[in-house]
Design a protein around this ligand. Sequence first.
Ligand SMILES: NC(=O)c1ccc[n+]([C@@H]2O[C@H](COP(=O)([O-])OP(=O)(O)OC[C@H]3O[C@@H](n4cnc5c(N)ncnc54)[C@H](OP(=O)(O)O)[C@@H]3O)[C@@H](O)[C@H]2O)c1
Length: 406
Amino acid sequence: MTSIRPRRLDDLDLTFPPIGQGTMGIGGYYEKDCTRDAEWIAGLRRGIDLGLTLIDTAEVYGAGHSEELVGLAIREVRDEVFLVSKFSAHHSRVPQVIAAAEDSLRRLRTDRIDLYQPHWPNPSVPFDETAEALDRLVQSGKVRFVGLSNFSFQEVQQATAILNPIPARIVQQEYNLIDRTIEEQLLPHCEATQTIILAYSPFLQGKMVPRDSRKMVLDDLAKKYERTVAQIILAWLLRKERIVVIPKGSTGTHVEEFAAVKDFCLDTEDIHRISEAYSPRISWIPASQIAVQGGAYTTYEEALANPLGFDPSPQDLAQSIMMGNMLKPTKVTQALSEDAYILTEGKIRFWAWVLAYGRHSLIPAFVEESPDREGGIFESEAQTDGTIHQAVMNHSAWTHKKVVYA
Ligand SMILES: NC(=O)c1ccc[n+]([C@@H]2O[C@H](COP(=O)([O-])OP(=O)(O)OC[C@H]3O[C@@H](n4cnc5c(N)ncnc54)[C@H](OP(=O)(O)O)[C@@H]3O)[C@@H](O)[C@H]2O)c1
């Protein structure tokens, strides 16, 4: 049976396993959690033993505890591991990037990070500054390679040019059955420029698949290949040679399930079946129909004032959007009535969009749990005004919602 090949960057002489290990939640999400340290370390070690030697972490995960656990898991096998970490957007200025890297190195108990990335772009800090810090880290040997996480296609192009001659040939983006945004521009760009994409949240952060009838396709294929649905999803994502998936598994059992994906490939016709069933659906919904609940921020005024000091602020991101930068769509679920939605992911992006184009503008969103709804820009056109039209023109790449990708 065919197996999935390791990924190569020939000119950098780098080889990666097609499947790595994510660690968001290992050691806590945004607060430190020590309750399962031994189990988490054992899971990571099991993964390394099975060849999942690329490990992705970040200074923010578990408020640093994720890096501490990774450090413990890799200390006897450091040279076998390709270690990826990320610094937060509010640490984008030179001294902050350097200090963040030093802190990460200490927690990771190592002298080098193999791939270091800005976790999110920060449009309020000129990227030249961040690039200067990254250059210093590379020159000192504390960082081997530089990557870009959550940078849009346009931002990747700009940042890559600024970083040159430092190669930024590994980027990180969400990629799963619902969010296929990268297939529009970033993936073709990466294929053309020999760039690897670390595909995060392959299981929709544990939701695995949207709860709808399309799951039948995955269940059928799981039966046919005698694999689990999780394995079918990973195999489908890995149909693209530039993709490295970084699923997160807290348990040895899940990690073993990931590792076994290397040993099989889906037939072309089955790949098409999944691609068609989960063809990209970005809906353009009036922002006024989306309810924002709980946490920060729930009102326009709050988002504008930014009392929690998010950096970048919603206002910074609004400016970036107005300059044509395509932030990825938010996620919503349909509420009880046809025209009411609840925001489930992307709150700061949501407010940035509203600050940019107004509460009555159409906002791009993935609608979960309503696969048959034909939402979209053309249906909603009657409600557009000049501002909305400008928004749509700036973000026209997203109007190809009917395209089916192979
Ligand atoms: N750059 C970024 O901004 C960014 C954003 C998000 C994620 N990431 C990276 O990508 C990694 C993966 O993404 P993610 O953590 O968002 O989510 P994910 O990998 O899509 O899903 C992880 C969840 O799926 C569950 N799971 C794993 N295997 C399973 C299986 N076989 N059956 C049922 N459930 C299973 C896990 O449960 P258990 O934990 O119980 O095993 C966990 O709750 C992160 O850990 C992080 O390293 C990066």
